[in-house]
Design a protein around this ligand. Sequence first.
Ligand code: NI
Length: 481
Amino acid sequence: MYDGRGDDRILSRLRGKKLLLEILAGCVAVALVVLVVAYEQSARRPARPSPPQEAMEGIAVDCVSEWKPAYVSVYYPRTENEQADKAVQAFVDGKLAQFKQGARPGAKDGGELTVSLKVTRFDDDIVSFLFRSYTRCAGEAGGRDELDTMTFDLSTGERYELASLFRGGGDYLKALSRLVYDELQSLAFYRASEPESALLRKGTQASAENFREFALDGDTLRLFFPPAQLGSGPNAADRCDIPLAALKSLLARRFLLPRRGGVEPPEPDPLKPEDLEGQKLIALTFDDGPHRVNTPRLLDILEAEGVRVTFFVLGCNAETLPDIPRRAADGGHQVASHTWHHKDLTKLGAAQRRAEIEDTAALLEHITGLRPTAMRPPYGAQNEAVRAAADTPLILWSIDPVDWKTRDADKTYAHVMAHVRDGDIILLHDIHAPTIDAAEKLIPALKAQGYIFVTVDQLLAARGGAAPGEVVMKRPGEPEE
Ligand code: NI
C-alpha cells in the first residue's frame, strides 16, 4: 500500500542522514585546512624572536607582524618622548621599506625579516636600543644578520652619536682604538692567529667609521662591530665592552655620572625640628671642594661622629669628582653651590653670572638628584645683581678662622673655640688637609660644650628661614648690629 506518509518519513530520515554527512564532511574539511595551515606554519615559520625583556619603566614595546607572503616580525620601543619615537619609527619604516624592495610580487616565499629589541640604560633618562635584524630576501636560502643601535636622552629626545659621549676632538677614537684592541687581542682566537690579529688591528684603527654602533649599559660602553670588521669567519669578535671609568678623562659632563632623578632623598636626619628647639646649634660649612683626598677623609670623620655639615662645592671640581658630592648627599650632608669657577660674581656680566650659578645648580642636581637650596658667592661678594640672579638664599658666615691662610690646624681650632656661639655658621675649606685635622678636633670639643651640628638648611629652618636672594651674613635670626 502506498503510504505517502511512510515515504515522507523515509525521505526525511534520508535528508537527516545527508545533512549529518554534510556536516561531517564540512568538519573534516575544516580540520584538514587547519592542519595544513598549521603544518605550513610550523614548517615555514621561523622561531619567533623572543620579545624583549619586560618593558622598562616608561618604555612600551610595539610589534609589526605580518605573515604572508613574507614573514615579518619587528619589535620596537615606544617611549614617552615624541622626538625619540619619531626617530625609532623612521628606523623601522626604513627597515621595512628596504626589505620590501627585495620582495618578488606573487612569490610564494616572501622571505623574512625579524627584528628583536633589547633595551639598556645609562640612567633614568638615557637609554639605548639594540635592534638585531635577520633579513632573508624572497626565494633566498640564507639571510644576513645586522645590528643597529640608537641611544636617546628621553628627557629631551636628543639622540646621541658615539662622538657626543665625549668632549670635543677625536682623542676618544684613539682611546677606543687602544682599549678595544688590547681587550680583544688577549682572546685566544687572536693570539693564535697572526692574520686575524692583523685584521683586528686594522678594524680597530682610530677612525669614526670603525666605531659606530654602541649602547650604554650602566657603567659600561658596549661597542658592536659588523661581521668581518674584526677578523674573518664566524669566530671573529663582533663586540667589546669598555668600562666608562676607563674613558673618564674624555667623557662629556653628562656621562661622568648617571643622573639622579626621581630618587628618594637620603635617609632623613634623625634630628627633628622640635629636637633643635632651645638647643645650641652650629653649622660647619666647607668651601671650594670637593678635593680628591681631603673631602673623603672629612666624610669618614663626619660619618664616625654622626655629624652633618654643608658643602659649598665648586662646579668645576664637582664635575671631575662627582662621586664625592654624591657620597656627601647620600650621607645626609647638604651639598650647596659655591658657583662654577669661583669668580667674583659682582664683576661679571649678567649672562656669565647666571651661568656660574645655573650651571652649578644643574650639575649638583644631576649628581645628587636634589636642586641645591643654598649658594655661597665666592669671597662673599654680592650686590643687587647677584641677589637678583640667585634663586636660593646667599649664605655667608659668622666665623672665619682663615684656615685657607694659616693652614694650621691648631690655629683654626683655637679661633673657632674662642669665638663660637649658638647659631654660628663657620667658614672652612675642605681642600686643605690641616682644616680636616682641625675638624677632627673641633667636633668632639664642640659636642662636649653641648652644640648640635646642623646643616645650613636645618639652621635656617630652626631660626626663621631665609628667602631666595636673601643674604645670611651672620647668625641667622640674629638682629643686625
Ligand atoms: Ni671659596
